[in-house]
Design a protein around this ligand. Sequence first.
Ligand code: SF4
Length: 361
Amino acid sequence: MATVQALVSDVLGGHRLTEAEAELLLSARGRDVWQVTAAADKMRERRAGDIVTYVRNQNLHVTNICKNLCGFCGFGRKATDGGAYCHDRAGIQAQARLAHGRHVTEICLLSGVHPGFTLDSYIDMLHWIHEVAPGVHIHAFSPDEVAHVAQKGHIPTTEVIARLREEGLGTIQGTAAEILVDSVRKVICPRKVSTADWVRIIKEAHRTGLHSTATIMYGSYETARDQAVHLGVLRNIQDETHGFTELVTLPFVHTNTPLYQQGIARAGPTGREDLLMIAVSRLFLDNFANIQLAWGKIGLKMTQLALLSGANDLAGTMFTDDVSGDAGASGSDYLDPADMERIVSDLGRTLRQRTTLYELV
Ligand code: SF4
């Protein structure tokens, strides 16, 4: 078996990592961790340069009522649970107006998969938002949401995607991926689409001309092997479609989640795992330009270290994130570009605002 030192040297020389090699790097300990992060930082410099990007965006919460009730989630509820809500047109437009007033370029829908929603519900949302926030880029609807409304309406997922695009969807969300290994999904999100369906739907979206994010939710129940397999699934899709804009790394926030409270999941990733996830993603995903970190989940000081470990994108200003907050994260709501500037310039790098599709503003 190759050593970490030999592997990082090979990958900098152009070797494409295998999943087994990625697993080995994800399992690095001691000083080996710094070898992996330093190699990833070099790779980041080659692929993305010294610019650190962010998007001026706002999350818009439509509902926390959800058919899936995933064990790793502290946000989704049954309609009869205390604190359950579902905003109507006025509630959605009030949030969109607020976002427009803050000059965001992107509105990101962050919601439960309401069992009553249909394709028309989603189309209404797109229209209502565009009515009060003209020109804004709407980033919404995961493959699981697409599958849900397709099934409800007895229509093919390709048709759902095409209609959403026609009616004003800008990009599709690469969420609901969590870990794309079915034995893990059965434990952490048994009601979500299978790996095969997630892959099929995201490829359909890319072929329709809709770009998407790619995501990984790590640090709950999965092993380093599962993480490596997940990254392999994403790299294969990207080879075929080139439709992913970035990888979004999402650490599991454990505090208020059933999986943690029942002793099935661990207490989220450690700092070592956060840095290695960023670094190995950068080294393994040789067909991704951008690796994004989740400042709302890892905190500002770890964010700065992650920028030294392969990441080049700070995601968005957000303004609100009840999904992380309800799971137990603190300080996850809003990051002022002035604070971004402070940590980025402290590293000798340059902060730039971007659009959802990574054009510099
Ligand atoms: S992660 Fe998403 S789909 Fe799962 S329960 Fe939470 S809101 Fe629902």
